[in-house]
Design a protein around this ligand. Structure first.
Ligand code: PLP
Length: 393
């Protein structure tokens, strides 16, 4: 059969990380490639108790029935208060759409705003699914330069003026892939600059609660006076990624359009799992869960930073993230080291990472690596860094 696939799927290969997972079946391979929460942090017992309680209540049938596309009302109401912790105030459930993971929030935002050929600006480098989804909607993804302090505002302004993008996508806290965090001043400047030019800011914030040092910062959305910021939240990194529950916070007009988009995609997010998410945030259960995870992740981050400093050659520099799950490393271009060219050899030598070029809008970044520290033990992190050191030394 000659399949007549759509134009929009032309030239889209699978998500690089999903492909890498296939290579990692060998348990001897130390994997810095994924982005998963630590297995030890998944709240299995708590989850089971909650499901038991929910399914034993007289409301149980509601949780197994079709529900509203906008989401489970108690969860939407609670989320409208919950985002007050990142400075987003004065909103109600009308500003909240529950989505099937933050990823769906990106997809739906592109779905309602993007026509083929429209420009989307992203930080260079950025979360690779933001590039993948842009391709699927036939958008032109254009990278904005990012330095030590994150996105460069002059380049953002220049590209806004030159490309007239509809959306600027950014991960402001402990970015995937770099681990960088934007200052409060830059957040305010982004909200104002994009408002002045009619650009929607898509603020993707799944890592905010995983902070190991420094002070929490207000969301870009907290500076939104024009209604041009969309805030994405997810329970994937703090409760469970398999739960697939996240939320979009935006102006009611945007929420209504997203809701129409979501109806066609999956009708609604699983109600039982939304109810579990509500159980976690109706009191301090989620905060307790986070308080248990943070010291564990902090230790793993510190072990990886120390091991990289010790094992890697002088041509390698890396970020020192205050939270999240990733460290970003770069080999000096003068060294001519290509992490991409070395990838197979790395896996043969039982260590894996994600090559940097998957995160750049124009595919460069062969000299860069993304290293995840959350899902290996401290001993294996050291072992993996030693293997990397031998490979690149
Ligand atoms: C920046 C970023 N956005 C979104 C997602 C997708 O998360 P979710 O599981 O909420 O769909 C991830 C997952 O790794 C991520 O790193």
């Amino acid at each position: 059969m000659e399949y007549r696939f759509s134009d929009r799927m032309q030239g889209i290969s699978g998500n690089a990380i999903r492909e890498i997972f296939k290579l990692l079946d060998n348990p001897e391979v130390v994997s810095f490639a994924g982005g998963m929460p630590a297995t030890d942090c998944l709240p299995v017992a708590r989850f089971r108790q909650m499901c038991d309680r929910l399914l034993s209540s007289p409301d149980a049938p509601v949780l197994l029935q079709y529900g509203a596309t906008e989401g489970y009302l108690p969860l939407r109401r609670r989320l409208a208060e919950f985002v007050g912790r990142c400075g987003i105030h004065g909103i109600s459930e009308d500003n909240v759409l529950v989505v099937t993971g933050g990823q769906q929030g990106i997809d739906l935002t592109y779905k309602i705003f993007i026509n083929p050929g429209d420009a989307v600006l992203v930080e260079d480098p950025t979360y690779l699914a933001a590039l993948h989804i842009a391709k699927t909607y036939q958008a032109r993804a254009i990278g904005v330069r990012s330095g030590e302090e994150g996105i460069e505002l002059e380049d953002l302004e220049a590209k806004i003026k030159a490309e007239h993008p509809k959306i600027f996508y950014i991960v402001p806290n402990f970015s995937n892939p770099t681990g960088k965090t934007l200052s409060a001043e830059k957040r305010k400047a982004i909200a104002e600059l994009c408002a002045a030019h009619g650009v929607m800011v898509l603020e993707d914030d799944p890592y905010r609660e995983l902070r190991y040092s420094g002070e929490p910062l207000p969301a870009i959305k907290s500076f939104d006076k024009a209604g041009n910021c969309i805030y994405l939240f997810s329970f994937s990194k703090t409760i469970s990624p398999a739960m697939r529950v996240g939320a979009v916070v935006a102006e009611p007009e945007v929420i209504r359009k997203l809701t129409v988009g979501k109806q066609a995609t999956d009708v609604h997010t699983a109600t039982l799992l939304q109810a579990v998410a509500y159980e976690f945030i109706k009191d301090d259960t989620l905060d307790q869960q986070i308080a248990r995870s943070v010291p564990l992740y902090r230790e793993k981050r510190d072990v990886m930073l120390e091991a990289l400093d010790r094992c890697m050659p002088a041509s390698f520099t890396h970020t020192r993230p205050e939270g999240g799950l990733f460290i970003w490393g770069e080999f000096d271009p003068a060294s001519k080291i290509s992490a991409k060219a070395k990838f197979r050899e790395a896996v043969e030598n039982k260590v894996a990472y994600v090559c940097g070029n998957d995160f750049f809008a124009d595919g460069r970044g062969d000299n860069c690596v993304r290293l995840n520290f959350s899902n290996e033990t401290a001993e294996r992190i050291v072992l993996g860094c030693e293997r990397l050191g031998k490979l690149f030394g």
